[in-house]
Structures are given as C-alpha cells and as structure tokens.
Design a protein around this ligand. Structure first.
Ligand SMILES: NC(=O)c1ccc[n+]([C@@H]2O[C@H](COP(=O)([O-])OP(=O)(O)OC[C@H]3O[C@@H](n4cnc5c(N)ncnc54)[C@H](OP(=O)(O)O)[C@@H]3O)[C@@H](O)[C@H]2O)c1
Length: 247
C-alpha cells in the first residue's frame, strides 16, 4: 500500500474469503461504505474481485493465501500490518462445506475443512482482537451459519464447524465487553442456504419461471456482483453490520 493510500483517511477493513460468495458481497458493502480493504482469497480470483471493489473508490490490498495452513494466516495478518494502519473492521468469513454421508466422506478432506473453518478463525481472531483492543475500538464479524443451530446430517462435520464459530464469537463478544468495550464481535448466524460458489441456489430461491441453469466451474467464475437470490435476512444482517461501522 503506497503512502497516499496510507493517508487516504478511510477506515480499513479485512475480509477473508472476499473473492466469491458471501465474502465478496460483504467486501463490496465495505467498499461502498467508504472503507479500504485487505481482501483475501485462496485463488487468483481475488485480484479480479479487488478490481471490482476499487470501482467503488476503495484502495484494496488483495492477498492470496491458503488459510487452512498456519503460514497462510501469517501472510494475511502480515498484509494488514504492512498497511501501517489501524484495522477498524475484520470479517472472518473464509470457509467451505462438505456434503455426504460421514461413512463415505474423506477424512483428510474433513480435517482440512476443520483447519479452515475453525483453526484459521481462531488463529486470525487472536492478532485481530489484540490489535483492536490495543486501539480501543474495532468490529469483528465472524460468518457462522444457520447450520450452527441444529444437527446437520450429511453435513456432519460442516454444521458443527459453524456451531464452533457461533459460540466462539459469542464468547469473545462477552470477553470484549469486559476487557475492550470499544470492540464488538458479531456472529453472522443467519446465512441459510445462500447461492454461492460452494452452495448452489436452493430450489425455493429460484423463481419457477426462470429455472437455474446447470452450474459449471466456468459459470461460477467470476463471482456475481449482486446476489438477488439471497435470503433477505442475510443481506440486511450484513448491511447492518457494515453500516454500524461508519468511517
Ligand atoms: N453458501 C451458503 O449457503 C452459506 C450459508 C451459511 C454460511 N456460509 C458460510 O459463509 C462463508 C462463505 O461461504 P460461501 O458460500 O460464500 O463460499 P464460496 O462462495 O465458496 O467462497 C468461499 C471463499 O473462501 C475462500 N476460500 C476457500 N477455501 C479457502 C482456503 N483454504 N484458504 C483461503 N480462502 C479460502 C474462497 O477463495 P477462492 O475463491 O480463491 O477459492 C472464497 O473467497 C463460509 O464460512 C460458509 O461456511 C455459507
């Protein structure tokens, strides 16, 4: 980030998993609401997403890192530190799901999911929370899921991973009230099934007159700039969170 970007006067937000799906939409909201961004993804599609966010006036540092690896978390946090700016908001969103019967699914794949959906959230929340506590303010948004609230057969590892992030966020929220009252922690609990790269549109979200075309890898990229089939409560929760963090 160049010197003029350091002096942009805009607040800085970190969004993980910003190259697609929910994270992409959240990063867009931050850009539209006057934030600069450190935006992360695993693939080079984060560069294309960063160009989209910059269309809204944001200075963006795109970071490509595999957050299921501890080194990837370090790369992301180093990118935030390299800006030399206080982090006003952090969205810990990168995550993935695995469907199928537990008897059939691959253990290594599931352990990889846990590394991303749980371990990376804790590993990144640590420096983020300490940084914000030191500065006396900040907002942390952790993407959970409606799947956190009930058993999820055939997503037997995914659902509990989101339950962890929900309870982790709620616990951290209480601690911050005691130790750093200017830092808020919010769990984004209400994403139900949301049309994204990892999750096809649910049948109830598809108008009968416009059947969804079969989705291919090519049709899932680039990420869409709008998400008309999102459940309304998902969009409004996210917008409320962003708008609660004015520059
Ligand atoms: N979609 C739903 O129905 C739904 C519902 C409730 C909650 N959620 C939660 O919302 C979050 C986002 O899901 P989504 O559906 O928006 O997913 P998505 O469209 O597949 O996007 C996932 C994002 O995470 C990044 N990512 C994936 N694996 C990664 C890794 N190992 N290291 C770093 N980044 C990685 C992807 O980067 P690349 O594109 O570069 O691979 C992408 O930016 C997840 O935590 C999920 O649990 C989703």
């Amino acid at each position: 980030m160049s010197t003029d970007q350091r002096d942009s006067g805009r607040p800085l937000a970190l969004v993980t998993g910003a190259s697609a799906g929910i994270g992409y939409q959240l990063a867009l909201l931050f850009a539209r609401n006057g934030y600069d961004l450190v935006a992360t993804g695993r693939s080079d599609s984060i560069d294309r997403a960063a160009a989209d966010f910059e269309q809204h006036g944001a200075h963006v540092v795109p970071v490509r890192a595999d957050l299921s690896e501890r080194d990837g978390v370090q790369v992301v946090w180093q990118a935030v530190q390299d800006t030399g700016r206080p982090l006003e908001a952090a969205v810990l969103n990168a995550g993935r799901s695995i469907g199928g019967a537990f008897l059939d699914t691959d253990l290594d794949d599931e352990l990889d999911l846990l590394a991303l959906n749980i371990t990376s959230v804790v590993a990144l929340a640590k420096p983020v929370a300490r940084h914000m506590a030191d500065h006396g303010n900040g907002k942390i948004l952790i993407t959970s899921s409606l799947s956190a609230t009930l058993p999820t057969p055939y997503e037997t590892v995914y659902g509990p991973s989101r339950a962890f992030t929900y309870m982790f966020a709620e616990a951290l929220r209480q601690e911050m009230k005691d130790r750093a009252p200017g830092v808020t922690v919010t769990a984004l609990l209400l994403p139900g099934a949301t049309d994204s790269n990892s999750t096809p549109a649910p049948a109830w979200a598809t108008p009968p007159s416009a059947p969804a075309p079969r989705r291919t890898a090519a049709s899932r990229s680039p990420p869409r700039a709008t998400a008309p089939s999102w459940p309304a409560e998902t969009t409004s929760s996210a917008e409320t969170c962003v708008r609660n963090s004015p520059p």
